[in-house]
Ligand binder design. Structure first.
Ligand code: GTP
Ligand code: MG
Length: 364
């Protein structure tokens, strides 16, 4: 007794029907279906199971969100049994749209003029746990604007638990007036990783480029590198919190708390904030295979909701993105998803400098 063909993964739109089937080499079998490891509870008018010759099938009618999951068929004859499984993914109605053409977005950003003449470049700070994908975001954006895969901005191995980035490093992007700062990852222990007080000093513009952070000694006025009277040019104009989709569930409360503290400090300074949720390909196969389905994915929505709840931010501030990591070929879809998120932070940062340059002028 064996399978001749096994169950195949299926994607189905809400309201449509889907059938899982597989062929065996004999019809003298008993078959049981399971969903997510539990015996499938057949609902009248919803599920239909059966057998045509040696082919077993399960029909699911009028697919709903709840039908998503892993289905297993176990066949038995005498004392032998064997099984196979497949994943049914239910596509949601697209709940956010993305422009899947990169050129209009790239040229809009290349031609972008900062609203305030006093500000030379918009400055973004990326913060988040170790290995969240902060450096990879910079790599991806550089790849988009510079047209080649950028590998100088080192990324840590996903496996090492300790942060790779220790300096307050500035990364320029192509010929556009946008700069990124990537700081050491936040770690759970009090004295490890980036100190939240250092991040607050960075936000306010007190930390010079290339300053090396010391985990146990946050920078203060007594430090000779400290910028005493920062101008709008020295400040951070938008804070980007980075969280990996596949790690949000396991993130320690201590790390979340550190992130919330930093966000609160940014809010107090009026600095706009967004969340980039990376590694979307690690949590959703449908998205990994076809990026344009990202806003139809239940899994992605679940992970975004989790980010929203844990960090206390609204869904419209969360942008799921995928970074260049293994791919060698440029991908327009990957670029578009990143460009949508990037365009958003550029506009938020620009609003911030516009508001604050008026304030600085009024003070003078
Ligand atoms: N599959 C996948 N892997 C990613 C993605 N983004 C980043 N990675 C991988 O995740 C790992 C961590 O990424 P980094 O960019 O080094 O993370 P980081 O936040 O800079 O880490 P620290 O500097 O140590 O705090 C690397 O191995 C990346 O290749 C993504 O979108 N998808
Ligand atoms: Mg890094």
């Amino acid at each position: 007794m064996e399978f001749v063909t096994v169950l195949a993964d299926k994607q189905v739109k809400i309201g449509e029907d889907v059938t899982l089937r597989c062929e065996t080499n004999t019809d003298k079998l008993t078959a049981t279906w399971e969903k997510k490891g539990q015996k499938l509870c057949c609902v009248e008018g919803k599920h239909k199971t059966g057998k045509i010759g040696t082919t077993f099938f399960l029909e699911i009618k009028n697919a709903e969100i709840g039908d998503e999951g892993n289905y297993t068929l176990t066949i038995k004859s005498n004392s032998e049994s064997t099984s196979c499984s497949a994943m049914v993914t239910v596509e949601l109605k697209e709940w956010r749209t993305v422009q899947w053409k990169q050129h209009p977005m790239i040229s809009a950003l290349k031609g972008f003029k900062i609203s305030s003449v006093d500000v030379r470049e918009l400055r973004f700070l990326l913060h988040g746990p170790v290995g969240a994908g902060k450096s990879s975001i910079i790599n991806s954006i550089k790849t988009i604007f510079e047209g080649h895969q950028y590998i100088n901005c080192l990324t840590a191995s996903a496996l090492t638990g300790e942060s790779f980035t220790t300096k307050f490093e500035k990364f320029n992007v192509g010929n556009v007036p946008f700069t990124f700062y990537d700081v050491m990852g936040l770690e759970e222990e009090e004295h490890k990783g980036m100190h939240p007080d250092d991040i607050k000093s960075v936000l306010k513009g007190h930390v010079p480029n290339n300053y090396t952070f010391k985990a146990r000694a946050p920078i203060d006025e007594d430090n000779r590198h400290y910028i005493l009277n920062p101008t709008l040019n020295d400040k951070i104009h938008c804070l980007v919190s980075v969280i990996a989709a596949d790690k949000v569930t396991l993130m320690k409360d201590e790390v979340i708390q550190k992130m919330r503290t930093i966000r609160a400090a940014a809010s107090k300074l009026g600095i706009p904030q967004v969340v980039f949720m990376t590694r979307v390909d690690e949590v959703c196969l449908m998205t990994q295979q076809d990026m344009t389905k990202i806003y139809k994915s239940k899994k992605i929505k679940e992970k975004m909701t989790e980010c929203s709840n844990r960090l206390g931010v609204t869904m419209n501030c969360i942008f799921p993105v995928k970074n260049y990591h293994e791919e060698t070929k440029p991908s327009e879809k990957l670029n578009c998803l990143m460009l949508e998120a990037f365009t958003q932070i550029v506009h938020s940062a620009d609003d911030f400098v516009q508001k604050n340059s008026h304030k600085e002028k009024n003070v003078e």
